[in-house]
Design a protein around this ligand. Structure first.
Ligand code: SF4
Length: 97
């Protein structure tokens, strides 16, 4: 399958994420993991959040930054929404969300 060349424009959810970040850095932390068994290598996550995700030699997403903050966290939440097989897990339990 060809890599995702174009992603949708930022959604209202993306803008809400940005507003959350503006409330304070203590709310803006989360832990991200990829379920390798689910990943189908669509690369949407890498396009959406290149500082957080990369593809390995098996064309499976890997996590470069398991605790993204700031703009990278916003991008990671977008990647979660764009993953077609729900292979990205984002644990927001410590962020108050
Ligand atoms: S985690 Fe999801 S978006 Fe990222 S490469 Fe795998 S299937 Fe694609």
């Amino acid at each position: 399958m060809a890599p995702a060349a174009n992603l949708p424009e930022p959604s209202p959810e993306d803008e809400l994420d940005a507003l959350d970040l503006a409330e304070g850095p203590e709310k803006a932390s989360a832990t991200v993991t990829v379920v390798r068994e689910k990943c189908q290598g669509y690369t949407n996550c890498v396009v959406a959040a290149p500082n957080v995700f990369d593809m390995d030699d098996d064309n499976i997403a890997t996590v470069l930054d398991p605790r993204p903050t700031g703009d990278d966290l916003v991008a990671t939440r977008r990647a979660v929404r764009l993953c077609p097989v729900d292979a990205i897990l984002l644990d927001d339990s410590g962020s108050g969300r």
